[in-house]
Design a protein. Structure first.
Length: 131
């Protein structure tokens, strides 16, 4: 029986997850947004809870993973390229990443589509740190 490997805490995915967790709590918009979103930076999950248009928490969840409205998964390279100050064409938007098969969205798409610009801006919060 093969034992699943535990992701290294100093890997690029862990660094990206920590960066997002550090930057996300400062993100807010004047909207009535209430949702729970699971992000995956490679093998590293981050549970983001949004209440009243602001990020209430962004933290690494314990196992088993808690329930969420939807999940957004992408490789470490995809997040790194998406978060460049000026991303190249095809790496600039979550739907462009999906078209490249670099990003996958699972779960209930209704909250995502209802608050699409909010979600896109939240996911791009890592760009602001490099600008």
């Amino acid at each position: 029986m093969e034992i699943p490997s535990v992701p290294a805490e100093d890997s690029r995915g862990a660094q990206l997850a920590r960066r997002f967790c550090r930057l996300a709590p400062s993100f807010s918009r004047r909207r009535a947004v209430h949702l729970d979103m699971l992000l995956r930076f490679g093998a590293h999950p981050v549970l983001v809870r949004v209440r009243d248009g602001r990020v209430a928490s962004a933290e690494t969840p314990s196992l088993p993973l808690p329930s969420c409205d939807f999940a957004v998964r992408a490789s470490e390279e995809a997040w790194s390229r998406f978060w460049q100050s000026v991303p190249a064409a095809g790496w600039h938007d979550i739907f462009a990443l999906g078209k490249r098969r670099e990003l996958v969205i699972d779960g209930n798409l209704q909250p995502l589509m209802a608050h699409l610009q909010f979600i896109k801006d939240l996911l791009a919060v890592g760009r602001e740190a490099q600008a």
